[in-house]
Unconditional design. Structure first.
Length: 184
């Protein structure tokens, strides 16, 4: 699984602190709230990236708007990001933090590509089969529809891809025919 070059080290350090404080869920919720506010208000793009806004002003803005709602640990991380001019990494940090939680709990995200949308019972079946294959306790299924695979499915869990699509099978047959390896 590819890690975000900037976000992962921060998320990892924050996760270690939160785990030690037994506040992983609280920290995840706080990161969610902060990123939601930054998304909704465009604060990051309009204020934090503006060259005339000093670090002191940015920290004061963070203090005024977030200190009553988030822990000192997350607040300090935001201040640290301002000092390092890495404010935009907060989104990657949140994603990496969520990934660390999932990893710790044996949960993985799976992208299942099919030619038509999966029904709930089909998602459950796919999750059950690939949970065992991946060695995880649980899979969170995201269904992506791509008619070009014709039929079957393609499952991506982290860096692993299980390709049972008809398009791949037809491509394999075509390659065998080109190479002259078709059995009669």
């Amino acid at each position: 699984m590819r890690r975000h070059q900037v976000g992962f080290p921060y998320a990892s350090a924050l996760y270690d602190i939160a785990k030690g404080n037994q506040s992983v869920d609280q920290t995840a919720a706080e990161l969610e709230a902060v990123t939601q506010v930054l998304n909704d208000t465009k604060l990051l793009d309009e204020v934090f990236k503006h060259p005339k806004v000093s670090n002191k002003e940015k920290k004061q803005l963070i203090q005024d708007n977030f200190s009553a709602h988030i822990s000192q640990t997350v607040l300090n991380m935001l201040f640290f990001l301002v000092d390092r001019k890495r404010e935009d990494a907060i989104f990657a940090i949140k994603d990496e933090f969520d990934s660390l939680i999932n990893e710790d709990q044996g949960i993985a995200k799976a992208t299942v590509t099919t030619a038509k949308p999966l029904k709930d019972d089909e998602k459950s079946t796919v999750a059950e089969v690939f949970t065992k294959a991946s060695g995880k306790k649980q899979l969170l299924i995201e269904n992506v529809v791509d008619k070009s695979i014709i039929g079957g499915l393609k499952v991506r869990i982290g860096d692993r891809i299980y390709d049972g699509s008809i398009a791949r099978q037809l491509n394999d047959i075509q390659q065998q025919m080109i190479q002259g390896n078709v059995s009669r």
